[in-house]
Write a protein that binds this ligand. Structure first.
Ligand code: NAP
Ligand code: ZN
Ligand code: ZN
Length: 352
């Protein structure tokens, strides 16, 4: 076992503060990663504030991890010491069910996804998994990603959650030329959705509640920007979309967006609000065989595919790098939608 410095939440309301944790000795299939950067996802904030049930304190969040491999187990074949490596939202699953065998570990049929933080940790030494707001992590190589040296590591970190969470539904619902894709909410997920949808050649429309973000949305790749408080502009989008990705982290009326779908269009929910959305109107769904779906992150192979695509196309997240001591301020800004467009923690700021 080795000690690692970290920042943790100790209860739902106090600021995050320094914490020391223990990492297991790398086993035969494990890699030890010295963490360079870790992105700050809204899921971290929901979890530490106890907005979803089941937070176990102390909680060390962080699932957009990029670092350098500093030690490998005897049977590791995919990573060498010194290589850049990434860890996203999962560190294990059952690996043998139908979904896991299809590379859809995030939908493990046995419900045995072990998340990077706040999951029971049968490999120990902690009672729960601890995430990337930390100096080091030990992960089975099967759940580690290769990060190209072409990608700046800080900008690459958010690809491990925000990037794959948008890539997976865009691929699943065939975003591409001739398709009209809407993205609701210009935060960490939303800005990656715009970049990827644009790269896939879809006509991409950004829906934002923050007028000051409109220019950035265009720069990121949006063909159109709609301010959600502009009733006429919203109405003009009725019946037009093949796919709408809804990244909003708070409860809202879904009918606004189902009515914008074409026949057979899909509203895919990825935001996970503390308070459920109001029940959607059935009439809007059945009148054009519209669907509401959900999508959760993406599988490991798919994540690697996305990282390789991003390296080939020069796509990274727009980041604001912060020392870990500013994490509480970053949370306060994220809670009021003031992100441009992902905070990333520089772990060099974490002294042991
Ligand atoms: P974020 O950076 O905070 O972005 C969310 C954006 O939603 C805001 O920037 C804001 O954009 C918009 N928004 C509109 N109304 C809002 C309101 N009342 N309160 C807060 N935001 C509002 O969050 P994120 O990291 O992208 O995550 C978004 C959601 O997805 C979270 O619920 C998170 O837990 C969830 N998530 C899900 C998955 C998955 O696998 N499904 C993965 C990661 C995260 P505008 O200013 O443009 O309106
Ligand atoms: Zn996340
Ligand atoms: Zn499984």
């Amino acid at each position: 076992m080795s000690k690692a410095a970290a920042f943790a939440a100790f209860d739902p309301t106090s600021p995050l503060a320094p914490f020391q944790l223990e990492r297991r000795e790398p086993g035969a299939h494990d890699v030890l990663i010295d963490i360079l950067y870790c992105g700050v996802c809204h899921s971290d904030l929901h979890t530490v504030r106890g907005e979803w049930s089941g937070t176990i304190y102390p909680c060390v969040p962080g699932h957009e991890i990029v670092g350098r491999v500093s030690k490998i187990g005897a049977e590791v074949t995919g990573f060498a010491v010194g290589a850049l490596a990434g860890v996203g939202c999962m560190v294990d699953s059952c690996r043998t069910c139908e979904s896991c065998e299809l590379g859809l570990e995030q939908y493990c049929d046995r419900g045995q996804v072990r998340y990077t933080y706040n999951s029971k940790d049968k490999l120990g030494p902690g009672p729960v998994t601890y995430g990337g707001y930390s100096s080091q992590i030990v992960v089975d190589e099967a759940f580690c990603l290769r990060i190209s040296d072409k990608l700046p590591p800080a900008g690459a970190a958010p690809l491990l959650c925000a990037g794959i969470t948008m890539w997976s539904p865009l691929k699943h619902w065939n975003a591409g030329p001739g398709k009209k894709v809407g993205v609701v909410g210009l935060g960490g997920l939303g800005h990656m959705a715009v970049k990827l949808s644009h790269a896939f050649g879809a006509h991409t429309v950004m829906f934002t509640s923050t007028p000051a973000k409109a220019e950035d949305a265009r720069r990121l790749g949006a063909d159109e920007v709609v301010i959600t408080s502009d009733a006429a502009a919203m109405k003009a989008q009725a019946g037009k979309f093949d796919l709408i990705l809804d990244t909003v982290s708070a409860s809202h009326n879904l009918d606004t967006y189902t009515s914008m779908l074409r026949r057979d269009g899909t509203l895919t929910l990825v935001g996970i609000p503390e308070v459920p959305h109001p029940s959607p109107g059935v009439g809007k769904l059945l009148s054009r065989r519209r669907a509401i779906a959900g999508s959760q992150i993406g599988g490991i192979a798919e994540t690697q595919e996305m990282l390789n695509f991003c390296a080939g196309h020069g796509i990274v997240s727009d980041v604001e790098i912060i020392p870990i001591q500013q994490i509480n301020e970053a949370y306060a800004r994220m809670a009021r939608s003031d992100v441009k467009y992902r905070f990333v923690i520089d772990l060099a700021s974490l002294t042991t």
